[in-house]
Every structure is written in C-alpha cells, then in structure tokens.
Design a protein around this ligand. Sequence first.
Ligand SMILES: [Zn+2]
Length: 136
Amino acid sequence: MDRLHNQPLPQPPCKLCYEHVEDHTHLFFRCRYSKEVWSAITCKAQIQWTYLPWGAAWEWALTEYDTGPQARIMGMALAATIYHLWQERNRHIHNQHYGSSWKMTEDIIHLIRDKLANTRVEDDLPSRIRRQWEVQ
Ligand SMILES: [Zn+2]
C-alpha cells in the first residue's frame, strides 16, 4: 500500500485531444485542436504567430504588437482564443459536447469583428483592416 501511495499521480490527459498530458502550453498552443484554431485566426488577423510556452506567449505578444490597431486585434485574438479553448475544454468535461475547431474559429472571428465594429477603435481603423474584417 505504501508503495502505491508514494507513486506520483498520473497526469490527466488533454481534454481536447486525449493524446497528450494537459498543461497550459499544450492546451492553449500545442494541441492539434488549438493549432487548427490558431493558424486560422492568425491567418485572418495577419499576425505572425510564434509558438511559445504559455507565459512567454503573452510577453511576446505584448512586445511584438505594442500599439495601434494591429496590437488591439492581437489582444482580442489572444483573449478570445484562450477563452474559447478553455470553454471548449470544460464542455468536454461536463457535457461531452464536441465542437469543431472550424466552428470555434468562426465564433472567434465574429466576436472580433463585432468588437471592431462596435467600439471607438473603429474610428482609427485603417481601411485595410476594415476590409480585412468586413467592418463598415
Ligand atoms: Zn491536446
């Protein structure tokens, strides 16, 4: 019994792929599900994304995109994607609901578009970004 108690607990698997140990870096950035979402979002937002460990990614994003509309979009994309991935993970645990990465990407793009259209940020959005996000 003692031997059993002294063994380290098995690490829980990622709830999105069930293939890897779940930690923040994997869940938010390295999971194949997350990567599908990120590659679509960063392509849409024209962000040069760098796959870094959790924590370093925030640092990088803040330095790389310091000011201006692209920085705001970067912030929105990062926050929305992390939030959606976390929600999806929790849905997998509690409801056994599986949403596609494609659907999540659509939701995030709509969210960013709405934010761009409905905040004062819109006032100083370059026409290139308006066209890119289909904001009037
Ligand atoms: Zn995973």
